[in-house]
Unconditional design. Structure first.
Length: 48
């Protein structure tokens, strides 16, 4: 079977870094998310 991947980086390929807006969105989402466990049930609530 042919090798379909390479360990070398391409010359024109930059490091993949997230934007500041993406990091901010994920952090704000995680701060607003609340998980409540009742018995064997789990409720997820997002407080906006």
């Amino acid at each position: 079977m042919a090798k379909l991947y390479s360990k070398k980086k391409l010359a024109n390929q930059k490091e993949m870094l997230p934007k500041k807006e993406t990091i901010s969105f994920i952090l704000n989402y995680s701060k607003a998310l609340s998980i409540t466990k009742v018995g064997k049930f789990q409720f997820e609530t997002i407080a906006n």
